[in-house]
Design a binder for this molecule. Structure first.
Ligand code: FES
Length: 497
């Protein structure tokens, strides 16, 4: 049996999402050995896999780049010393393999000589049987020497090992690939893994973790001091180190909102831009040394001007902790929205407090994800979807209901996801009435729209449901799904003002 590969590495080799392999294992279509697979099992499931067959992977990468809030993702070679160490490790493996091949060849020669000797002896084995055996052996040796798909995947795996290292986090058992110049912390964030951290700049020590196996290298300076005793035990800062080889770490991962500390950060306006005449995109940037930790779907309190404040859902992904986005609606008489629309300028300071809220993704669930956004409910839903894409969720459905077409204010984003990913499904629904006020006839209309979606999609009631928007619309949708027998744990709601 060939070497076992982690699911993360195997998915990268074949060019599919990790969740697809997990599904195949769950359904008994692929054999796994303690969560690992070998190349033979991969080829049974993907007999047509090609060395270049990375279309799906590229699609996911493309989407991930967008999910990073336009942060520049560099596809560069790792640090020279890291590269040298990885090549040295592979060279050792190659030398060992060559030694083994030489031994096997010598063994084959001896076997051949022995067979020939037996063949020459009279009355031992019938001559015909011996000839058949030798012909079979010759063919088998020839076949095993031919470059095949198995070899192609093995070569690709070797290249992947030079360009990337796998990081496994215990006790949570998360794993992810680290590429290019990334620190371990950056690579974890790109993959949607919420490791503990604070400043991202080597000052606070909150990202301290213990290396259990593998080799790491410090690539960024840090002021935080790790004692000699801790260094000897393998402690490092994740924001200052990269992985040279595959690494296993002991590090805490945020599993719930309680694991995220309350933060107060003075951010600056990076940009504002009108999306429609009454909807504005606010882009805030935190200081380099004080980034925002949050879980996708959470809210922040923003303070502008004298003391105009509002609690708003974050409309971006935690994978970009410096660039935080909000969708602001103009509401007449609301001093906060008036200030943001009329007076807030680039570089102005905005105080951020939080995060708050429990509208977060159930990451351990493998059920399909169904998102229902009502008007501005798209903001927290966008954050959740971008996070789900970082995690390579297998099956994502977005239904965006607008009071009018104009209220579906960023359709290009949803269309881009749909165009780029086979597993992303997007449908727009125009209600034709104000979704902030839904009762009587309107309630019946909304219920019948939901009924129609449910009838057309047999998997809907097997999924996890996330609903965000005005209290009225969210209440009706929640009631609809609970009425269909879904437990409350599978229907998550977020009511916006
Ligand atoms: S996150 Fe502060 S030292 Fe690493």
């Amino acid at each position: 049996m060939s070497e076992l590969l982690s699911l993360t590495r195997a998915a990268r080799l074949i060019g599919v999402a990790r969740s697809e392999l997990q599904r195949k294992i769950r359904h008994g279509e692929m054999i796994s050995h303690d969560g690992m697979v070998n190349i033979e099992s991969l080829l049974i499931c993907y007999p047509d896999a090609q060395l270049e067959d990375t279309v799906e992977f590229r699609r996911i990468t493309q989407i991930k780049e967008r999910a990073f809030g336009k942060r520049v993702v560099e596809y560069v070679l790792p640090d020279a010393e890291v590269l040298a160490a990885r090549i040295t490790e592979l060279s050792t493996m190659l030398a060992n393999s060559q030694g083994q091949v030489r031994q096997f060849n010598a063994l084959l020669d001896r076997l051949w000589a022995k067979l020939t000797e037996i063949e020459a002896q009279p009355d031992t084995v019938p001559r015909l049987t011996m000839e058949n055996l030798k012909t079979w052996l010759k063919n088998e040796v020839k076949l095993s020497m031919e470059p095949g798909l198995n070899n192609s995947l093995a070569i690709k795996d070797s290249v992947l090992r030079i360009m990337t290292a796998q990081v496994t986090v215990l006790p949570s058992k998360h794993d992810f690939l680290l590429e290019g110049h990334d620190t371990i912390l950056e690579a974890a964030m790109r993959s949607g893994i919420p490791l503990d951290y604070g400043c991202s700049g080597g000052n606070c020590g909150l990202c301290k973790a213990k290396v259990l196996s593998g080799e790491v290298k410090k690539t960024r300076h840090h002021d935080f001091v790790i004692s000699e005793a801790e260094k000897n035990q393998g402690y490092i800062l994740l924001c200052s180190n990269t992985a040279v080889t595959d690494v296993v770490l002991e590090a805490p991962v945020a599993g719930s909102v309680q694991d995220i500390p309350f933060q107060q950060i003075s951010a600056k306006v990076k940009a504002t831009g009108l999306i429609t005449d009454d909807k504005l995109l606010l882009h805030l940037q935190t200081p380099r040394t004080q980034r925002l930790r949050f879980l996708a779907g959470q809210r922040l309190i923003l303070r502008v001007g004298q003391s105009f404040s509002e609690e708003l859902p974050i409309a971006s992904c935690p994978c970009d902790d410096r660039n935080v986005l909000f969708h602001i609606s103009r509401q007449s008489g609301n001093l906060f929205s008036d200030y943001v629309f009329d007076r807030l300028r680039e570089h102005d300071v905005v105080e951020m407090e939080g995060p708050h809220g429990e509208f977060i993704l159930h990451e351990k669930s493998s059920r399909p994800l169904y998102f229902f956004a009502f008007d501005s409910g798209f903001a927290p839903i966008r954050s959740l979807i971008e996070h789900a894409l970082s995690l390579e969720a297998e099956n994502i459905h977005l239904h965006w209901f607008g009071s009018s077409q104009k209220h579906i204010y960023l359709p290009n984003i949803a269309h881009a996801w749909k165009d780029a990913l086979d597993n992303f499904h997007y449908t727009e629904h125009v209600a034709g009435f104000d979704l902030r006020s839904v009762s009587g006839k309107r309630e019946e209309t909304l219920m019948s729209q939901l009924e129609s979606i449910s009838t057309q999609d047999a998997n809907l009631l097997q999924g996890d449901i996330y609903i965000a928007g005005s209290e009225d619309a969210v209440g009706i949708a929640e009631q609809f799904f609970l009425g269909k027998g879904l437990p409350k744990t599978r229907v998550s709601v977020e009511c916006l003002k």
